[in-house]
Design a protein around this ligand. Structure first.
Ligand code: SF4
Ligand code: MG
Length: 275
């Protein structure tokens, strides 16, 4: 997806630099992909609302020059739901992390998927709690190491895209920060989709996940993502995903009634019956 620096600069706020992310962190790659998707759609920054919770990934709105909201832990989706109700014409998106969205925010996450509200949720999955120094998250993985699992985690992890799909999200996509050119396309697809769009991005955290799991440099982490990723559209119908691999690309898209539309229709119906 071609772009010029000028097109992307419209969405970027240099005044707040330097950022807080570690060298080799994938969050900046995701931020650039989001801004490229904005630029491709020529969205007015004043019409965009970017909401986040708490964590390394949730610092992203600080650096983007649109309307932003940095909220409480796990609660980005309820805040975004309120915004979408109040301002349905705004392009509302959420940036969150694996811990933020699927541990403390897990209940909000499944219900936002179930309602099919027209919000794009970009989940940066670094498989760990980065900001608090590397504890096990719901996506860390069985046998993986963390500061709170020095002998290996005994917890099985969520398949986050599978969780979104099972909970009712009508657009589900996944990729990694290695697949730089795929990211803005999947995000743009989510923006254009009417309904709840979920995009999971496996992201490098060499500082904690990498250090604990023999992937201590960004290059090692990127090579690992390259190795484990398999394109979903290359699988034959019904073909099992090979052991140790993760599917990437657009995993699911369907049309189904959107929450705000249905709510408005219900209000109109109630008002017409009461007249
Ligand atoms: Fe990124 Fe990990 Fe550093 Fe957080 S701790 S900024 S996720 S590399
Ligand atoms: Mg995390």
């Amino acid at each position: 997806m071609p772009f010029t620096v000028k097109e992307v600069e419209r969405y970027y706020d240099p005044k707040v630099m330097p950022h807080i992310w570690c060298a080799g962190c994938g969050n900046g790659i995701v931020m650039m992909a989001i801004m490229r998707a904005f630029a491709a759609l020529i969205w007015d920054p004043n019409d965009i609302v970017l909401v986040s919770g708490i964590g390394c990934s949730s610092r992203l709105p600080f650096y983007v020059n649109v309307n932003t909201l940095h909220t409480t832990h796990g609660r980005a989706l309820p805040f975004a739901t309120g915004i979408k109700f109040a301002k349905p014409d705004f392009h509302t998106l959420v940036v969150t992390g694996d811990g933020d969205a699927t541990a403390i925010g897990g209940n909000h996450f499944i219900h936002a998927c179930r309602r099919n509200i027209d919000i794009t949720c970009i989940l940066i999955n670094n498989q760990i709690y980065g900001m608090t120094s590397g504890q096990v998250s719901p996506a860390t993985g069985y046998g993986k190491f963390a500061s709170s699992a020095p002998y290996g985690s005994v917890e099985h992890s969520f398949d986050l895209s599978g969780l979104a799909l099972a909970a009712g999200a009508s657009y589900v996509a996944r990729s990694t920060v290695y697949h730089v050119e795929m990211l803005p396309k999947l995000i743009k697809g989510g923006f254009e989709h009417k309904g709840f769009a979920f995009i999971e991005i496996l992201s490098s955290c060499p500082t904690y996940f990498g250090k604990f799991n023999k992937l201590a440099t960004a290059v090692e982490m990127f090579n690992w993502y390259k190795e484990i990723a398999i394109r979903f559209d290359k699988l034959k119908p019904g073909e099992a995903v090979p052991e140790g691999k993760v599917t990437i690309g657009l995993l699911h898209q369907e049309e189904k009634p959107e929450y705000i539309d249905q709510y408005d229709k219900m209000v109109q119906k109630a008002q017409s019956q009461s007249n």
